[in-house]
Design a protein around this ligand. Structure first.
Ligand code: ZN
Length: 499
């Protein structure tokens, strides 16, 4: 943060503004070589996009860094509609569309192409001179580059959108290197359920010392908590990729590889994915179902719980509580008595800013709750109440899962639960998640790690110190006995006895 009430801070701000202006003039100068009308259109379009971006930054306290762009581009319409209200249209019209129209009409004295050719070099020359004359400020900008890169409009979203398509999109949606096969086949039958949480922070779990009982159901059904650990990312795509990677937290240190569910499918394990969220890498599995499909196959009361179906101005939100993920779990458990099976449940979990809309009302253990999507305006206690209710509901889903699996006599079943990343609720002025990893607060970085096992599968945890996102891949392989050859690492398996 720069303190603009100090002389140095004000000076830094002026330098940043000059850099901004020079970059703008340079870009528009280049476009003007092609045509002055094109320059007017580009200036107007950038202005409108800037206003929309600024609205999201101010209202939700987010940075438009690469992870945030990835999240925005992979978010479904339900999540987007949660972020929009009438004020964005008011902002957009007054600060965006009206000045943009003015740009289109403003008189510009005719100039030759040769003079317009000079605009960009002159602007870049001024920029270079300013940077050379302010080494201290340039240092400061370097040091704060990650944060600034997500704040300065329009460069934040332009550059980070390009970087997303160059890196993330290619990384998670295209070619994946096939991992070497193990030299053994899966041993016996049994079920492993990997539950990937969303924005769940251990600081709000009773298991990790929180002074509210947010874990009544997991405790009653016999879940065990491993130590909280750092996630590899503060946004969904990165966090989920690490959970499903054999490299764990180092997922990015190398070429994209096939994720856990695809690998196990190739090893002959029946693999099913139930998702109430977005951001999974490309998977090749036996079956993948989303909320609306899961709602159709639900036959139990718990998965049938629905949010009040609401339609505003013709836009209906079709968001399902995470209970829907348990649709068909009974059948899957019974078939796992004879066939090794992996079930991945990707929760909607505790994604903000509308925490108060993420759980059926009967799970509202704490009130009053903040119902303002502009979380920075929420009373801290009311915001925590709403968030804690999402954790209580996640706890209920996990408890119900254990209950359902525990009822299948003789089933060897293991449930592993962790989160993609954590969440800030106003601590030190941070909200939500997606802060740059290098400077992210612990609230956004830490994740919980819970384990449940049926009586037939019960084992001692001997490797409790391994970080959740490093442990998942190898612990699941260990459960299926795929421990010889291939990519298994015993030191990352929480159940593997030390050599
Ligand atoms: Zn997430």
């Amino acid at each position: 943060m720069v303190d603009i009430t100090t002389l140095n801070g004000a000076y830094a701000l002026v330098v940043v503004e000059i850099i901004q202006l020079c970059l703008f003039v340079a870009v528009l100068g280049v476009v003007s070589i092609v045509s002055v009308t094109a320059m007017r259109i580009v200036a107007g379009a950038l202005l409108i996009a800037d206003v929309v971006a600024l609205y999201f930054m101010v209202a939700f306290g987010i940075l438009l860094n690469q992870e945030m762009i990835a999240n925005i581009l992979n978010t479904d319409s339900g999540e987007v509609s949660a972020l929009i209200d009438w004020k964005i249209f008011a902002w957009g019209t007054i600060l965006g569309i009206m000045p943009a129209l003015w740009f289109l009409r403003i008189k510009i004295a005719p100039t030759t192409v040769w003079r317009r050719l000079l605009i960009a070099p002159v602007a870049l020359g001024v920029l270079a001179a300013v940077l050379a004359l302010s080494p201290k400020t340039t240092n400061w900008i370097d040091k704060n580059g990650l944060d600034l890169g997500g704040r300065i409009l329009p460069w934040s979203y332009v550059a980070n959108t390009v970087r997303y398509f160059d890196q993330d999109h290619a990384r998670y949606m295209r070619d994946q290197v096939q991992l070497p096969d193990p030299t053994v086949t899966p041993t016996g039958a049994g079920l492993v359920v990997l539950v990937i949480g969303e924005s769940a922070r251990p600081q709000s779990f009773a298991f990790y010392g929180y002074d509210r009982d947010t874990n009544p159901n997991t405790r009653a059904t016999g879940y065990r908590a491993l130590p909280a650990s750092d996630a590899c990312a503060t946004a969904t795509i990165g966090g989920v990729a690490c959970i499903l990677s054999r490299r764990g937290r180092d997922e990015r240190q190398g070429v994209p590889e096939e994720p856990l569910p695809s690998y196990l499918t190739r090893q002959g394990i029946k693999t099913i994915v139930h998702s109430n969220n977005t951001g999974l890498p490309r998977l090749r599995v036996d079956a993948a179902l989303v909320g609306s499909q899961l709602a159709e196959i639900c036959t139990q009361e718990f998965c049938a719980e629905r949010f009040d179906h609401s339609c505003v101005s013709g836009i209906c939100d079709d968001i399902f509580p995470d209970g829907v993920l348990l649709s068909g779990v009974g059948d899957i458990a019974h078939s796992a008595l004879t066939q090794p099976t992996l079930l991945v449940l990707h929760m909607g979990g505790s994604h903000g800013p509308n925490y108060f809309q993420k759980y059926p009302q009967k799970y509202a253990a704490f009130d009053p709750v903040c119902t303002d999507k502009f979380v920075s305006r929420c009373d801290t206690e009311q915001l925590k109440n709403a968030y804690d209710n999402t954790i209580v509901y996640t706890d209920a889903v996990l408890g119900e899962l254990a209950h359902a699996l525990g009822g299948v006599a003789g089933l060897k079943a293991t449930v592993l639960y962790t989160s993609d990343h954590g969440e800030s609720l106003g601590e030190d002025g941070y909200y939500a998640h997606a802060a740059p990893v290098a400077s992210a607060p612990a609230y956004q970085l830490q994740v919980p790690f819970l384990v449940w096992q049926s009586d037939a599968a019960r084992q001692a945890i001997v490797n409790a110190g391994v970080a959740a996102q490093d442990a998942i891949f190898h612990t699941v392989l260990g459960q299926f006995g795929l421990t010889q050859g291939g990519v298994y690492r015993a030191e990352n398996d929480i159940f593997a006895a030390p050599n």
